[in-house]
Design a protein around this ligand. Sequence first.
Ligand code: 13P
Length: 249
Amino acid sequence: MKHPVFAANWKMNHAPADAKAFVRQFLAYFPRQQDRTVLIFPPALTLHAVTDALKDRPDIQLGVQNIHWEDKGAFTGENSAPIARAAGARYVLVGHSERRHVFGETDEETGKKTAAAVRAGLTPLVCVGETLAQRNAGETGSVVLRQLRAALAHIEPHQISSSLVAYEPVWAIGTGKTASPADASTVHAIIRSELRTLTGEREEAVPILYGGSVNSGNATTLLAAPDVDGLLVGGASLDAEGWATIVRA
Ligand code: 13P
């Protein structure tokens, strides 16, 4: 039996008042369920409002979408992991495609951010994925492994074991194109095998989520695919009713 993980990445959407309305609606559609994990990654400026709105639902956990690799200091405009933790975050996305491709985040930086997250008591959700050009060149496996190894390079095997990974092909994000369940399974199996090596465990239990144009119509099929342990959802997580349909998949 899977214990699926459903993660909503709101990206740069939902001001505090919208977020509160979202949570009210979402909770009405989604009574507490023990058999799945639900995470929401609101914008950092909205985190406080969502933490407050979810105070009676500790089963739903929150995260931030990015952190700096230093804990504190003169880094104007950045969010630190300890501050995010103190503000209610328990998780953090590291190496999201938009951080890498819009903001030029490097593999080395993702490694430092994962280490900062773990230091601060945040669970990292490490995102990896290839571009269309890399896929067409047959480089999917090598790209994903390079990103994975770099992002996990500075944490201990037992810390890797309590992290999460998301496979988000760049060409599938926000495009309406998803990886086929079979293709997602193939890449997830590559990631799984590497995690076994990195953790030294034969049966490693790191949840591997799929992300990229997931919606209420394709969520069930993707989740049923071997080695797909959860879903990381952007656009379709912005609507409370639609998101509730997905998390009930
Ligand atoms: P979409 O679901 O909008 O394709 O975004 C996926 C994503 O980037 C989640 O992190």
